[in-house]
Design a protein. Structure first.
Length: 133
């Protein structure tokens, strides 16, 4: 059996920066702080296109807690197919009424971690992201 590849997709991938899926982990943990600090220097966006799986609301909550950061604009997308190069892309895969309790392990935060991972796995299986961290 010979595998069939979409040569247009392969050519397109060779001509663009990799799309990196980043899951939030536990929304009450340190995941967002690590993500935000890692993406704080805009020059990193020259190397790859980040797609964060989680919640723009939680991202904004933690962004406000971190002092001495320049403006950090995000782009909310429906799926990684819509990711914009040189932007911090967020796939909202959690309900809008998500509640953040930093440092607290809750059943809801565990469910949000699982949901963000499920969304990212769907996109990597579809070939919409190149790598998942």
């Amino acid at each position: 059996m010979t595998a069939k590849y979409n040569t247009v997709s392969i050519m397109e991938r060779n001509n663009r920066k990799p799309i990196v899926g980043i899951t939030q982990g536990d929304g009450n943990g340190i995941g967002y702080e690590v993500i935000i600090k890692s993406l704080a220097d805009a020059r990193i966006l020259d190397s790859f296109t980040p797609v964060i799986y989680g919640s723009s609301k939680i991202f904004g909550f933690y962004r406000k807690l971190i002092h001495n950061l320049d403006q950090m604009d995000t782009y909310v997308i429906q799926s990684a197919k819509d990711a914009k190069p040189k932007k911090i892309n967020i796939v909202n895969c959690l309900p809008d009424n998500v509640f953040v309790e930093p440092g607290q392990s809750t059943p809801e935060s565990a469910k949000s971690a699982i949901r963000s991972l499920e969304c990212a796995v769907e996109d990597i299986k579809a070939g919409d992201i190149d790598v998942l961290v």
